[in-house]
Design a protein around this ligand. Structure first.
Ligand SMILES: Cc1ncc(C[n+]2csc(CCOP(=O)(O)OP(=O)(O)O)c2C)c(N)n1
Length: 826
C-alpha cells in the first residue's frame, strides 16, 4: 500500500487527507531539500502550510531529497504512475556500488589535477553522483532489453563518464593529456573533452549495453538533435524492437538547458512521428552556475529545467548529495520512459568544486559560495560515513589502477582511437575526391517507365484532389516519354529508382510532403477522408524504406537530427529541405560545427543532403538567396559538395550519385523555385538514362564564340533566352553545375575549347559581396590562362535582394544587358 492511501476513519478526514496529499503532489517540489549547499532557497508556498492527517508523511514524501514535478501532465494514468512510485517505499540501492563509483569519480579527477596541473578537464567534482545516476539508468535500461545507448553531454565530467560509464581505459585519456603525437593532427582534430567514444557499459544484471557517446562541439546543446537523430537511425536498424533496444541519454548544463533554443526545438520533436525515439532521458547536471553566471541571471524561472514543462513529462529534481535518492530517481525515470515512450528529465542539483575550468578562479565572482565549497567534504566521504563503510581500500585500488594507466599512456606512440565505427560504415569512405569514385547513375528506359507508373498509382476508391489528379496524369505522360520531365518528377524518379534498387530514402523539412512550391505531392490525400497514401513507399525493395516527413518549424534541430540520422544510416539517402534556402542560417551551428567540419575534427562522415531553394525572383530580401557564398567559404579539403543543377535530369543524377557513390560527403544543393516548372529546365526521359551528372554543361555551339558567359543556376536559362531574343551568335553560355569541389578539368576544357573567345564573363544574380563570385574569380582567372575574366553582378549590398518586385525586374534586365551589350566592368 502506498503512503498516500493510509487508512483514515471518517469521510471528512479522508477528504482532508486527500487535499493535503494533493497539495504536496502539486507543490511539494518547490519546498524540497534539493541543494547540498542550501543556496537554492525553497519557494514560500502558503498552499503547503498544512497540518492534519498525512501532512507529515506527505511532506516527507514530496519535500525530501526528491522534488517531483508531474501534476502538469494531463494524462491521469501517467500522473498516477509517478504518484504511485513517489509514494512507495524506496527500494534498497546497491550502496557498495554507489560508493565505489563516487570514489572512482573523485580520485580520477584528483589524479588528473595533480599530474596535469593547469590543464582544463572540466571536473565532475560536486556532481559525482552523476556516475551512480548513469549506472542506475543504464542498468534499468538493460533490464528493459536495451542493447545500446546513445549518450550526449558537454565538457563537464565528460572524461570521467568516458572512463566509468562508456568503459574507455584511463590510459586513453591520459594519452590525450600527454598529447603524444601532435603532428598527426596538424590543422585538424579536436580537444579531448569533445571527442566521441564507444564502449560497453556493464549493467547490474550482467548484460552489456553498447554506448555511443556522441562527438560534440563547444556549442552547448547543439549535439542534442544529433544524438536524437542517431538514436532514431539505430532504432530503425534494429527493426520492430528498436525503441526498446536503443535509448538516448542526454546530459545538459543548467545554464545551457535554460538558454539554448536548440534544446527547446529538440524537445518539441519528442512525440512527433518522424522524429520520436520513444522517449529520451535528460539529465541537467545542475551546479547552479554557468561559467560565472548565477541562476537568477541565467533564467527567468526558479528551476533551469522549467523549459521541459512544455512537454507533458515528469521532471525530477534531486539533491546530488543524496546518492540513494539519485539512484532511485534514475530508476523511476527510466521506467517512465519505457512505460510511456516519452522523455523524462532529471535535475541533479549539486555544485561545482572548481572554477568554470580548473584554471579559473571562482572566488572572484562568487566568494561566498566558494567559501562554503572549499570546506565542503567530497561526496564519497559524506556517503561513506552515512553508510558506515571504509572507503580506504577503494581509494587505494583506484589510485593504483590510475598510476598503472598513466605509465602505460606514456609508452604509447600515438593517441589510441576512442571509438570503433559500426560495420555498416565499412563500405564507405571520405577523404579527397577522386574520379575513381564515380559510378553511372543513369536508369534504363524500361525501369524509368516502371518507376514512373508506380509513382502515379493509388488504391481503388481513393479520392485524389482534382489538381493533384491532373499532376499525376501529367506525370504519367512524363513517365511514358510523352511530356518533358520537370524537377518534381525528376526527384520522384530519383527516389523511386533508388528505392527499387534497395536504397532507403528519408526526406524531411517544413511542408516537404506536399512541397512548399506545390511541386512534390509525395503523400496523396484522400479528399473524402484525409487518409494518406505515399506511392514511393510501395516502391521500396527488400531492405529499403521511404520516410518523407513534414518537420517541426525548426531548422537547427531538424538539420541536426538528419545529420545525426545520416551518421547511423550511411546506406540511405538522407535529405533535409529548407523551406527557403536563407532559413538555413537558423541551423548555422549545425552546418559549421557538424556538417562541414565533422570529418576534419572527428573523422566522422555524413552523406546528408541539404536542399536549399535559391534564386532571385523578386520576392524580397528573404526568400531569394540561400547564401552560396557562405557555403563556398566553408569549403576546404573536399569537405562538402556544393551544386546547383540547372535541369531536372541533372537533379535526378545528382541525387542518385549521392546515394550510389561510396563517397560519403555532405551535399548542399541549391534547388529551384520558378525553375521547377520552367520549360528550359525540363528534361527528356532519355536524359535520365544518360550516364551521369555533368559538373559543367558546355555551350552547345562550336566553340567559335567571342565571349563566354559562365554562370550557375537559373540565370543561365535567362541568359539563354536573352541570347535568343537578341539573335546573338557570338556568345557562349556555360553552366557550372558543381561549384565545389570545383570541376577544374571539365571547366578548363570548356574554356580552352573556346579558343577564339576574347573574354570570359562570370554572371550571377547575387550582389558582388555574395554568390560564387569571390570564390570563383581567382580560380577562373587561373583557368583562363591570361585572357580577362570579367563579371556581371548586382552591386554589393547588405541584404541579398530588393523588396520591390519592379526594382528586381529592372535589376535583372540590367544584368542581362550588361552580360550581352554594354561593356561589363571587372
Ligand atoms: C552556445 C555556447 N555559448 C557559449 C559557450 C561558452 N560557455 C562554455 S561553458 C559555459 C557555461 C555553461 O554553463 P552550464 O550550462 O551551467 O554548464 P556547466 O559548465 O556549469 O557544467 C559557457 C557560457 C558555449 N560553449 N556554447
Amino acid at each position: 500500500m502506498s503512503r498516500g492511501q493510509a487508512i483514515v476513519d471518517s469521510e471528512g478526514a479522508k477528504e482532508a487527507q486527500e487535499r493535503i496529499w494533493d497539495a504536496f503532489r502539486r507543490w511539494g517540489y518547490l519546498q524540497a531539500n534539493l541543494d547540498p549547499l542550501g543556496d537554492l532557497n525553497p519557494v514560500a508556498m502558503p498552499e503547503l502550510d498544512l497540518s492534519g492527517p498525512g501532512a507529515a508523511e506527505a511532506r516527507e514524501c514530496y519535500c525530501g531529497s526528491i522534488g517531483a514535478e508531474f501534476m502538469h501532465i494531463p494524462d491521469r494514468e501517467q500522473r498516477l504512475w509517478v504518484q504511485e512510485r513517489m509514494e512507495s517505499e524506496a527500494p534498497e540501492p546497491d550502496r557498495g556500488k554507489i560508493l565505489e563509483l563516487l570514489v572512482r569519480a573523485e580520485i580520477f579527477e584528483h589524479v588528473l589535477q595533480t599530474r596535469y596541473l593547469g590543464t582544463k578537464r572540466y571536473s565532475l567534482e560536486g556532481e559525482a553522483a552523476l556516475l551512480p545516476l548513469l549506472d542506475a539508468i543504464l542498468s534499468a535500461a538493460a533490464d528493459e532489453g536495451a542493447a545500446q545507448a546513445v549518450l550526449a553531454m558537454s565538457h563537464r565530467g565528460r572524461l570521467n563518464v568516458m572512463v566509468h560509464t562508456v568503459g574507455r581505459s584511463a590510459a586513453e585519456i591520459f594519452a590525450r593529456f600527454e598529447d603524444v603525437n601532435p603532428r598527426s593532427i596538424l590543422g585538424g582534430g579536436d580537444v579531448k573533452y569533445h571527442m566521441g567514444a564507444t564502449g560497453d557499459f556493464a549493467a547490474a544484471n550482467g548484460r552489456k549495453v553498447a554506448i555511443h557517446l556522441v562527438s560534440n562541439p563547444s556549442h552547448l546543446e547543439a549535439v542534442d538533435p544529433v544524438a536524437i537523430g542517431r538514436t532514431r537511425a539505430k532504432q530503425l536498424r534494429r527493426g520492430e524492437n528498436g525503441r526498446r533496444e536503443v535509448v538516448a541519454v542526454l546530459m545538459h548544463g543548467d545554464a545551457a538547458f535554460a538558454g539554448q533554443g536548440i534544446l527547446a526545438e529538440t524537445l518539441n520533436m519528442a512525440a512527433v512521428a518522424g522524429y520520436t525515439v520513444g522517449g529520451s532521458v535528460h539529465i541537467v547536471v545542475n551546479n547552479l552556475i554557468g561559467f560565472t553566471t548565477v541562476p537568477r541571471d541565467a533564467c527567468s524561472s526558479h528551476f533551469s529545467s522549467d523549459l521541459a514543462k512544455r512537454l507533458p513529462v515528469p521532471i525530477f529534481h534531486v539533491n546530488a548529495e543524496d546518492p540513494d535518492a539519485v539512484v532511485r530517481v534514475g530508476k523511476i525515470s527510466l521506467d517512465f520512459r519505457y512505460a510511456f515512450g516519452m522523455p523524462v528529465v532529471i535535475d541533479l542539483i549539486g555544485y561545482r568544486r572548481h572554477g568554470h575550468s580548473e584554471v579559473d578562479d571562482p572566488t572572484i565572482t562568487q566568494p561566498l559560495r566558494w567559501r562554503k565549497i572549499e570546506s565542503h567534504p567530497p561526496l564519497w566521504k559524506i556517503y561513506a560515513e552515512r553508510i558506515g563503510a571504509n572507503p580506504e581500500p577503494l581509494i587505494q585500488q583506484a589510485q593504483q589502477e590510475l598510476d598503472a594507466a598513466q605509465k602505460f599512456a606514456l609508452e604509447l606512440e600515438k593517441n589510441p582511437p576512442m571509438r570503433k565505427l559500426p560495420e555498416y560504415w565499412d563500405a564507405f569512405r571520405g577523404g579527397k575526391y577522386s574520379q575513381a569514385l564515380e559510378v553511372d547513375t543513369g536508369v534504363p528506359a524500361e525501369a524509368l517507365h516502371a518507376v514512373g507508373e508506380a509513382l502515379v498509382k493509388y488504391p481503388a476508391g481513393f479520392h485524389v484532389h482534382p489538381k493533384v489528379k491532373k499532376l499525376l496524369d501529367q506525370r504519367l505522360e512524363m513517365a511514358q516519354g510523352k511530356r518533358a520531365l520537370d524537377y518534381g518528377m525528376a526527384e520522384a524518379m530519383a527516389f523511386g529508382s533508388l528505392l527499387r534498387e534497395g536504397i532507403p530514402v528519408r526526406l524531411s523539412g517544413q511542408d516537404s510532403r506536399r512541397g512548399t512550391f506545390n511541386q512534390r505531392h509525395a503523400a496523396l490525400i484522400d479528399i473524402e477522408t484525409e487518409e494518406e497514401y505515399v506511392p514511393l513507399e510501395h516502391l521500396a525493395a527488400e531492405g529499403a524504406w521511404c520516410e518523407i516527413y513534414n518537420s517541426t518549424l525548426s531548422e537547427a534541430s531538424v538539420l541536426g537530427f538528419e545529420y545525426g540520422f545520416s551518421r547511423d544510416y550511411p546506406e540511405a539517402l538522407v535529405l533535409w529541405e529548407a523551406q527557403f534556402g536563407d532559413f538555413a542560417n537558423g541551423a548555422q551551428i549545425v552546418i559549421d560545427q557538424f556538417v562541414v567540419a565533422g570529418e576534419d575534427k572527428w573523422n566522422l562522415l555524413s552523406g546528408v543532403v541539404m536542399l536549399l531553394p535559391h534564386g532571385y525572383e523578386g520576392q524580397g530580401p528573404e526568400h531569394s538567396s540561400a547564401r552560396i557564398e557562405r557555403f563556398l567559404q566553408l569549403a576546404a579539403r573536399d569537405n562538402i559538395q556544393i551544386c546547383q543543377p540547372s535541369t531536372a535530369a541533372q537533379y535526378f543524377h545528382l541525387l542518385r550519385r549521392q546515394a550510389l557513390r561510396k563517397w560519403r560527403k555532405p551535399l548542399v544543393v541549391f534547388t529551384p523555385k520558378s525553375m521547377l516548372r520552367h520549360p528550359a529546365a525540363n528534361s527528356s526521359l532519355a536524359e535520365l538514362s544518360a550516364p551521369r551528372f555533368r559538373p559543367v554543361i558546355p555551350d552547345r555551339g562550336d566553340g567559335s564564340a567571342a565571349r563566354v558567359l559562365l554562370c550557375t543556376g537559373k540565370i543561365g536559362h535567362e541568359l539563354e533566352a536573352e541570347r535568343k531574343r537578341r539573335k546573338n551568335t557570338s556568345t557562349a553560355i556555360v553552366f557550372l553545375e558543381q561549384l565545389y569541389p570545383l570541376p577544374e578539368a571539365e571547366l578548363s576544357a570548356e574554356m580552352d575549347r573556346h579558343a577564339a573567345a576574347r573574354e570570359f564573363v562570370w554572371v550571377q544574380e547575387e550582389p558582388g559581396n555574395m554568390g560564387a563570385f569571390a570564390f570563383l574569380l581567382p580560380r577562373l582567372e587561373r583557368l583562363a590562362r591570361g585572357r580577362p575574366v570579367l563579371s556581371v553582378k548586382r552591386s554589393s549590398s547588405a541584404s541579398p535582394a530588393t523588396g520591390s518586385h519592379k526594382a528586381h525586374e529592372m535589376e535583372q534586365k540590367t544584368l542581362l544587358s550588361l552580360a550581352f551589350g554594354l561593356p561589363a566592368k571587372p
